[in-house]
Design a protein around this ligand. Structure first.
Ligand SMILES: [Zn+2]
Length: 289
């Protein structure tokens, strides 16, 4: 029997200044461009899609009312670390304490269980992942497995059982990896962010179409600034590529997202949050025992 197909739409909810190239340059910017979050959810509303919002812990108190209203509308909140620092650069003990605190604080602030995690810059490894399991998280979604990405390391999920392409399971914990499609034998990320926004649309659309036809799990992610209607500040100190990264394709990204949604709909995908997917995978596991 053919398996059901699932798509998960997510956002890494962070300030514009958290964008890696801006943060690492030390340039001060005083706009958050958080309107892109509202824009994203209004696109998803059109298609009745609920999203998983990976939110930076230290940002949550400043946008708590907004997050509460999104929870009320059926979206789910997960953690995008305590601050926007690559986890693999943080010593394990420090990471454990900071994440324990951020999880608890976000739960108290929003009155929901926070059971999911995505690492800033997809920067995760086995040891930091074990900390998440110890702290009671049910899933992580940081597995990108794309070597050119900054702050990522080659990271194996050896002990995990692979349930589907990019879904891995171990001891009641799931790793939901990002989707990739091979180009000339090498995997290329097709899950959103700059990869989908900056690439030629004909090229990336063909890759996504091919992937979703042959698989049964797809995940999409982006950041608030990528859908902002505000003017993106001109930061003359940034390197040329980084200037291009923060501006290129912002005007047309919402159209691309809608086209991806339509492709998924046409291919019979069901749209779920990661917490729902955990429940679905648990049920599938029970059914096969
Ligand atoms: Zn991030």
């Amino acid at each position: 029997m053919e398996q059901k197909k699932y798509a998960v739409f997510t956002m890494d909810v962070e300030r514009f200044s958290d964008t890696e190239c801006i943060y690492s340059s030390g340039i001060q910017v005083n706009v958050d461009l958080m309107d892109g979050l509202d824009e994203y959810l209004s696109i998803l509303d059109k298609y009745h899609i609920k999203s998983t919002l990976f939110t930076v812990g230290e940002l949550a108190p400043r946008i708590a009312d907004r997050l509460r209203s999104y929870i009320h509308r059926g979206h789910q909140i997960a953690l995008h670390s305590y601050s926007h620092v690559a986890p693999i650069t943080v010593p394990l003990e420090q990471f454990r304490e900071k994440i324990r605190h951020a999880k608890q604080r976000m739960q108290e602030l929003l009155h929901v269980d926070v059971v999911g995690f995505r690492a800033p810059c997809f920067s995760m490894d086995k040891d930091h992942l074990n900390v998440l399991k110890e702290l009671g998280f049910l899933y992580d979604s940081s597995f990108l497995d794309f070597q050119p990405a900054r702050h990522t390391v080659k990271w194996d999920l050896q002990n995990f059982k692979q349930l589907r392409e990019n879904i891995f399971h171990l001891d009641n914990f799931y790793e939901f990896g990002l989707s990739r499609e091979k180009v000339l034998g090498l995997p290329f990320p097709i899950s959103g962010g700059g990869y989908v926004r900056l690439s030629n649309w004909g090229f990336v659309k063909t890759l996504i179409q091919h992937y979703i036809h042959h698989n049964d799990y797809y995940v999409f992610y982006l950041h608030p600034f990528e859908l902002t209607k505000q003017k993106i500040p001109f930061l003359k100190e940034l390197k040329s590529y980084d200037k291009y990264y923060i501006k290129q394709g912002i005007q047309t990204y919402s159209r691309r997202i809608e086209q991806i949604i339509l492709m998924l709909q046409k291919s019979g995908y069901e749209f779920v949050t990661f917490e729902q997917l955990v429940q679905i995978m648990n049920k599938e596991a029970c059914a096969t025992v």
